[in-house]
Design a protein around this ligand. Structure first.
Ligand SMILES: [Cu+2]
Length: 138
């Protein structure tokens, strides 16, 4: 095999490898829970396996949780009953509970394209502002 052909084959193989790696790439979203907010380093991800790295960065010693709901509703206008969003009214995709102040927990999910709302559903916390929207693009 001449050198030029060999180089082209190696190059094609490398490109296929990169394409395959890209298709399987896991995306990590860093989630910061504060006393009255959920902050993400990115409110959008591509379809596939997404890992939420959830850190309770609250100033007070309150435990928080992190719930992923699949819904087209506006994150700020979900129904609330007795201080909590009725999770059974929604398609709950995943959840991590009981995250102590200063602690982190990871939640890895395979998410389909669409709109999601991320909340903390400890009583009263949603109403305090612990919600944000999240979009999974094709
Ligand atoms: Cu909370």
């Amino acid at each position: 095999m001449n050198h030029g052909k060999h180089a082209a084959l190696v190059c094609a193989a490398a490109m296929l490898f990169i394409a395959a790696q890209h298709a399987r790439a896991d995306e990590t979203i860093h989630v910061m829970l504060t006393d009255n907010e959920i902050r993400l380093d990115n409110n959008e991800a591509k379809t596939g396996r997404i890992t939420f790295d959830v850190n309770n960065a609250a100033k007070d010693k309150t435990e928080h949780e992190f719930v992923v709901l699949r819904t087209d509703k506006d994150a700020a206008h979900l129904p609330v009953r007795k201080g909590q969003v009725p999770e059974s009214d929604f398609r709950k995709v995943g959840e991590v509970e009981d995250i102590a102040q200063g602690a982190s927990k990871r939640l890895s999910l395979k998410l389909a394209p669409g709109r999601y709302v991320l909340i903390c559903n400890r009583p009263g916390h949603y109403a305090m502002g612990m919600h944000t929207s999240f979009v999974v693009a094709r």
